[in-house]
Ligand binder design. Sequence first.
Ligand code: TYD
Ligand code: MG
Length: 458
Amino acid sequence: MPKARTQYVCRECGAVSPKWSGQCPDCGAWNSLEEAVAEKADARGRGRGNWSGVAGGRVSTLADIDPEASQPRFGSGLSEMDRVLGGGLVAGSVILIGGDPGIGKSTLLLQVQNALAERVESLYVTGEESPAQVALRARRLELDPGRISCMTETRLEVILATAAERKPKFIVIDSIQTLWTEALQSAPGAVAQVRECAARLVQFAKQTGCTVVLVGHVTKQGALAGPRVLEHMVDAVLYFESDSGSRYRMIRAVKNRFGAANELGVFAMTDKGLKAVGNPSAIFLSGHQSPAPGSCVLVTREGTRPMMVEVQALVASSSLSNPRRIASGIDGNRLAILLAVMQRHAGIALADQDVFVSVAGGVRVSETASDLAVVLALQSSLREKPLPRDLVAFGEIGLAGELRPVYNGEERLREAAGQGFARALVPEDNLKGVKVRMQLHGCRRLDQALGLVREMTD
Ligand code: TYD
Ligand code: MG
């Protein structure tokens, strides 16, 4: 096979040069040239704009296409994994899984492979561990070692050739950063290598209908290492999330071409690997023996499932000239906004107080429906008065101090009622036509809601 020609492409402007240099000769950007495989020159030397002799492509309306026929789904064998993927693995799709080291990526994929073994031929390619390490893990997980085909390899060409021979329906690449192709000179893990290897694997998946799972490393900041384009190339991007020290692991679908984005799957890490948690609401409520000040329960909706979580706040007088604002599990900027709204529209000034807010169980709540619960938890901590144990609250707070409705209000209230909560404090617009067996309090403004809670707790 002739060696592929390489060239250098500027990341900023796309200019192509045959040699690497520190500065792009075209746009002048520094350190922006990356190695790439040169596309083969057209044999007939067809220039741009010359279409003579090219046959037109086929166009059909979407009604003629049967989406199920081309993309059959198959269950992964783990219920929470299927949920995140939007109902199972899709043949021919490529899934990227990222997460901190040691969070359980390899463990999860080994378990999926084991669960799949009876139904489909699969292959586990590892570039990070020795076969002995993988075998040891399989034994620890009490999987049937005879059912899992494993291969230690980092050369892309060898992996593709093996896959072409064995024709598996499911391949795990652990990890994409360890792969390298002979077409490029850069070291494994370099942006160009990662991109080229991923592109070839995507092409392989689409051509053969094999499902490919790529494990990706994350950087210190928590983003997937390597080029952002990786996320564009694949069909689904899943992130492992967890609080340090917590045994719960959440998998979030950041992108999914075959299901809802932001869908959340919950697992617990046990000594026998990851176990799906079917009813996450029950575990994320901390279950204090006696009600504690500074804690408020809310119903969040991650993906397609409502889930109850507990927001905790601590307000303590500060000796610093710049009091601390620390948020874990919610966005720090959102907390700053809420503190400003509290001061301006409810007369609660926390300028001389340290403020800490966290969500119990290591859950990350990214929706603004948590606003009301955060503010109620802050007020409760400030007044040292616990909220009623049977109260849930959710709602978005606007900059003018108004409470805005959140979507799927009724479904959230039902979940709360199902978990035994008897009272709810929500934006008034969320109560239209809602029938739930709970005592419902609707409010239009933040100060009204805070006043109502003060009455309840006095
Ligand atoms: P691993 O799956 O190797 O993580 P990654 O591939 O994301 O780096 O990490 C597994 C971690 O989980 C490791 O710290 C040990 C722990 N573990 C368990 O608690 N129980 C188990 O059954 C297994 C296999 C691992
Ligand atoms: Mg691993």
